[in-house]
Design a protein around this ligand. Structure first.
Ligand code: PLP
Length: 381
């Protein structure tokens, strides 16, 4: 039985679950007459900083702006290199290019799909200024290893945490071992507003002040200290995020529960399942399986009314026209990145998804997997 469709996102369900709280918060902003750089933003920044165990949070327009404004504030620019991964959303590298610097791509660990810290040292050159680990799909990168190498070579570490707010390592919190943490609040992220938003979390007061200026035309009060940009987190988004932040831990717990359900139901299949480092809190922004027959599985699920998407089917260095006339460097082979890009499939994963719906996805995959086993036997014979 096909039943209701199972979509990829639960945004409207989430809104309906919180409708009274959110409607009330939005109404309050609308009636206040203050829509930019007001009390909602100030309070959200305090609450977010406390949540993330960081001294400062600075709200900006997007996760992309969070990244490139930090690079800009640190004086990273033309001629400088920033080491990161090619297995990420485009904006990670785009932010490096936006300040005129050169992204340097190292390969991923095929199990965690985060950058492999054992490859970092060989990728460092006299031009290297920073490392940008991405906590992909909700699992922190190995920050102990990254920060040890960064310290040894005197490099900045800027965490791209667009996908893992609320996650932590076995013995570290995000931000504890870096200069800054950049996050995004676009709706599909684990903490999302009704539009674009982002923030930088840091213990570095000078950086926080620089960012507060940069997001507002170089100005804190009256005088313009420098040129800046227009990149603020609007009151309407801050008010929404204040409501939702109170639910984030419960939502992460729900994601982890659903991931366990997938793990159990899919254990006997041919799929490669997500692998979490021991002791890490992986908040499963996405639940990403891998198979050589990815396109077949995606089409099969679609025929059963289940939407599965690909994150990301084309690694950054494989994009058409890469690198668009800009500097870029590939450090060694990216074979694990390329293999993963060809195989990944993200299954529905959001806190509002029901156990019954996950069971339906599991049943569909198990049925598809049997047809694959039949095919493999025919080939073997
Ligand atoms: C979403 C995302 C970004 C960019 O965030 P926006 O708010 O969309 O600009 C950057 N890096 C990663 C890994 C992301 O997932």
């Amino acid at each position: 039985m096909a039943g209701e469709k199972i979509g990829f996102y639960g945004h409207v369900r989430q809104y309906h679950n919180l409708k009274d709280e959110i409607d009330h918060a939005l109404h309050e902003v609308l009636e206040s007459g203050t829509y930019v750089l007001g009390p909602q933003l100030k309070q959200f920044e305090e609450e977010l900083a406390r949540y993330a165990h960081q001294r400062h949070a600075v709200g900006v327009n997007s996760g992309t702006d969070a990244l490139w404004l930090v690079f800009h504030a640190f004086g990273i620019g033309p001629g400088d290199e920033v080491i990161t991964t090619s297995n990420t959303f485009f904006a990670t590298a785009e932010a490096i290019w936006l300040v005129g610097a050169t992204p340097v791509f190292v390969d991923i660990d095929p199990k965690t799909r985060n950058l492999d810290p054992s490859l970092l040292e060989a990728a460092i050159s006299p031009h290297t200024k920073a490392i940008v680990p991405v906590h992909l799909y909700g699992q922190p990168a190995d920050m102990r290893a990254v920060s040890a190498i960064a310290k040894k070579h005197n490099l900045r570490v800027i965490e791209d945490n667009a996908q893992a707010l609320g996650a932590r390592g076995a013995d570290f919190t995000l931000g504890e071992l870096s200069d800054a943490v950049c996050t995004s609040f676009i709706i599909q992220k684990n903490l999302g507003c009704f539009g674009d938003g982002g923030a930088v979390l840091t213990n570095d007061e000078a950086l926080a002040t620089a960012l507060r200026r940069l997001r507002n035309h170089g100005s804190l009060k009256r005088s313009h200290h420098s040129l800046g940009f227009n990149s603020r987190l609007d009151e309407i988004h801050a008010a929404t995020l204040r409501v939702k932040l109170r639910h984030l831990d419960a939502w992460s717990d729900a994601r982890i529960r659903l991931a366990r359900q997938y793990d159990g139901g899919l254990a006997g299949t041919s799929l490669q399942l997500p692998w979490t480092l021991p002791g890490y809190r992986n908040v499963f922004h996405l639940y990403v399986v891998e198979t050589d027959e990815r396109d077949s599985l995606q089409a099969y699920l679609d025929s059963r009314g289940i939407t599965a998407l690909t994150h990301y089917p084309i690694a950054i260095h494989q994009q058409e026209s890469f690198p668009w006339g800009r500097p870029a460097r590939i450090a060694g082979s990216l074979k694990h990145t390329e293999r993963s890009a060809a195989r990944v499939l993200s299954l529905p994963m959001y806190p509002e998804l029901t156990e019954a719906e996950v069971n339906r996805v599991i049943e569909a995959i198990v049925a598809w997997d049997k047809t694959q086993a039949g095919k493999a036997q025919k080939v073997a014979r």
